[in-house]
Design a protein around this ligand. Structure first.
Ligand SMILES: *[C@@H]1O[C@H](CO)[C@@H](O)[C@H](O)[C@H]1NC(C)=O
Ligand SMILES: *[C@@H]1O[C@H](CO)[C@@H](O)[C@H](O)[C@H]1NC(C)=O
Ligand SMILES: *[C@@H]1O[C@H](CO)[C@@H](O)[C@H](O)[C@H]1NC(C)=O
Length: 375
């Protein structure tokens, strides 16, 4: 999302906002050519993202048309998992998982570990639902977590297509997520959506704005939570379930048709000032990068941080390495006596550093716009 979005992430890169559709299409095309040409490098979030892996044959098949099995329909399964995981005020935590991130020792393990070693975060695992985007991820989820939900593909999705299809499918999956989250809101559940490459060190709930219906983390925070020119990163968002937020998600989802080829986050940037959104009365708030931090931008104070996102990072291995370092930093912080804690700060980015990126990944990490894709 925004300037520093990971490729293929929960939100598109905002870097291109304002650029023409052609540039965007070229960007997407370049990205996928690269992903196809360099499959082993796993450079792109597309290649490692829910969207990317969703395209594999192991993706969960949609139930046959006309399936009305009342017990196992997607709707019934969703209802059950939401009920089981919700807090008393119908709030859940949602993340999406694909097979690469679900592998042992990969992103999901670091993610879960952070809840266990964080300050007042372990109990939040009881309210976390992992939304699997393929069968492998779902199987792993069932082994390691209580609340798993397998999101199926929509009917008519053609898995036999080729390159164009990949581009299509990639965006389709991102939009499927927005559609899904809107559905959760419409069912009366508020949520925190978190990408899995975010470590949780403190319970974010007490640090959310009490008057915000839609609160979203930022790649870059201007300092003003109400400032619509903040660069949102959809990897972390709190959304209160109201009729207005449900309508807002419907509007956002529908807006993809007016902006073909764009990621959800790009489109969010394009619609956030729309008169319709203002009329809905959704109170939009942006979250400070001091508390909801990321590699793109973060404070130095581990006494205040709630979450840390491995955004601004290209490549799954690098990401996992830096996420591991974040856990180490936190452990070091917790093991330090109170009076000395101010001396402990982040040792990241290390592998995710942009300098390294330029040197060792070079042009392969650059898009048609010349900007690294680094959500
Ligand atoms: C929902 O409940 C949790 C757990 O008690 C609490 O921390 C959170 O602030 C509540 N959310 C709202 C919007 O009241
Ligand atoms: C870090 O945050 C804590 C808690 O908000 C605060 O008490 C402390 O003064 C901060 N340290 C620095 C160096 O700003
Ligand atoms: C990350 O950096 C460390 C230290 O520079 C290095 O040993 C390791 O191989 C790097 N990992 C990746 C995936 O580049």
């Amino acid at each position: 999302m925004a300037t520093a979005d990971e490729v293929g992430g929960g939100g598109g890169g905002g870097a291109g906002v304002g650029a023409g559709d052609q540039v965007r299409r070229a960007k997407t095309a370049a990205l996928f050519l690269a992903a196809v040409a360099l499959p082993c490098l796993v450079l792109y979030r597309a290649a490692v993202s829910p969207a990317g892996l969703f395209l594999r044959p192991a993706a969960l098949p949609a139930p046959p048309r006309g399936d009305v099995d009342p017990v196992n329909s997607e709707e019934a399964r969703l209802e059950r998992v939401l009920r089981a995981a919700a807090m008393a005020n119908n709030t859940v935590i949602l993340t999406t998982l694909n097979s690469a991130w679900a592998e042992p020792g990969s992103v999901v393990d670091v993610f879960l570990e952070s809840f266990r070693i964080g300050d007042d975060t372990r109990w939040l695992l009881d309210h976390l639902i992992m939304v699997s985007l393929d069968l492998t991820a779902h199987r792993r989820c069932l082994q390691i977590h209580r609340h798993c939900f397998a999101l199926t593909t929509d009917d008519g999705f053609d898995f036999s297509g080729e390159k164009n299809f990949m581009t299509d499918g990639y965006l389709k999956m991102m939009w499927r997520r927005i559609d899904f989250l809107g559905h959760v809101l419409a069912k009366g559940y508020s949520f925190i959506f978190t990408d899995t490459d975010i470590v949780w060190f403190r319970n974010p709930l007490p640090h959310l704005h009490h008057d915000g219906d839609f609160q979203i983390a930022c790649d870059h925070f201007t300092g003003d939570p109400d400032d619509l020119s903040n660069s949102p990163n959809g990897g972390f968002a709190y959304v209160r379930s109201t009729s207005a937020t449900a309508a807002f998600y419907r509007y956002w989802y529908a807006a993809r048709e007016r902006h073909p080829g764009l990621h959800d986050q790009d489109v969010l940037n394009l619609i956030k000032r729309d008169a319709y959104v203002a009329r809905l009365g959704v109170r939009i708030r942006f979250l400070s990068t001091d508390l909801f931090a990321g590699l793109c931008e973060h404070g130095r104070n581990l006494s205040t941080v709630c979450t840390m996102h491995a955004n601004c990072c290209v490549g799954l291995r690098r990401k996992v390495d830096d996420l591991g370092l974040m856990l180490q930093d936190w452990r070091r912080f917790m093991a330090t006596p109170g009076s000395d804690r101010h001396s402990v700060t982040w040792s990241v980015p290390r592998n995710c550093s942009m300098k390294k990126l330029g040197r060792s990944v070079g042009a392969n990490a650059l898009t048609a716009t010349g900007k690294p894709q680094i959500r």
